[in-house]
Design a protein around this ligand. Structure first.
Ligand code: AMP
Ligand code: ZN
Length: 199
């Protein structure tokens, strides 16, 4: 079976067109008028199909940039534009705070910026790795990635070993730092913040 993991590890110099079918889902979605939320000459915004929070969007460049490994200093204006388009979409939901950033190792092809509300309340948030992919250093805030690329002229994915360690980080609430023993307990706990903070 061509697993998600094997695709993740396999990003050498292959063009997007040769990638596995599943991993090309975002590239298909940006061509589908039904999934497009926003579009301009440089980027497309789509709704995440498996949202990990109340509001979860992805901003993708039209340029075929496979992932953060392919970034060069020339891409900085595009990365800045992706961020400002993401911020514009987030502003439509003034009652929510949003996080904008990239996963250190993406599972899907074409570079994508996550624009996600910080409630993290969603049926699609099911596994520890879902949580830790947004709440450890696996998640690179957009401004940090831009600053790194601007300074160094590249961005680099972390090793698989490091990613595995980060995914095993004990679960901790991002709002009050309480430690939770499993995902069901964490999800229950997150609801207490919704009622406390938003009612
Ligand atoms: P990443 O781990 O950064 O590659 O995240 C990929 C994101 O794409 C995840 O948040 C998935 O829920 C989302 N996703 C997967 N398939 C699709 C699809 N066909 N259309 C829209 N979003 C998708
Ligand atoms: Zn908490």
């Amino acid at each position: 079976m061509a697993s998600k993991r094997s695709v993740e590890n396999d990003d050498k110099e292959e063009p997007e067109a040769k990638k596995g079918f599943w991993a090309m889902g975002l590239v298909q979605a940006i061509k589908d008028p039904e999934s497009i939320v926003e579009e301009d000459d440089q980027v497309v915004v789509i709704k995440d199909k498996y949202p990990k929070a109340e509001h979860h969007f992805l901003v993708l460049p039209k340029e075929e940039i496979t992932n953060i490994n392919k970034l060069k200093r020339d891409h900085v204006p595009l990365l800045q534009h992706m961020q400002s388009v993401g911020e514009k979409v987030a502003k439509r939901y003034p009652r929510y705070s949003f996080r904008l950033g990239y996963h250190s190792i993406a599972s899907m092809f074409r570079l994508h910026l996550h624009v996600i509300s910080d409630d993290f309340v969603s049926p699609a948030l099911k596994y520890k790795k879902h949580w830790n992919s947004f709440h450890t250093s696996f998640f690179i805030p957009s401004e940090d990635l831009i600053a790194f690329v601007e300074k160094n002229g590249y961005a680099k994915q972390i090793t698989q070993q490091k990613a595995k360690e980060l995914m095993n980080t004990p679960l901790k609430c991002h709002k009050c730092s309480e430690k939770l023993k499993d995902i069901p307990k964490l999800k229950e706990h997150l609801l207490t913040h919704i009622s406390k903070d938003e009612k």
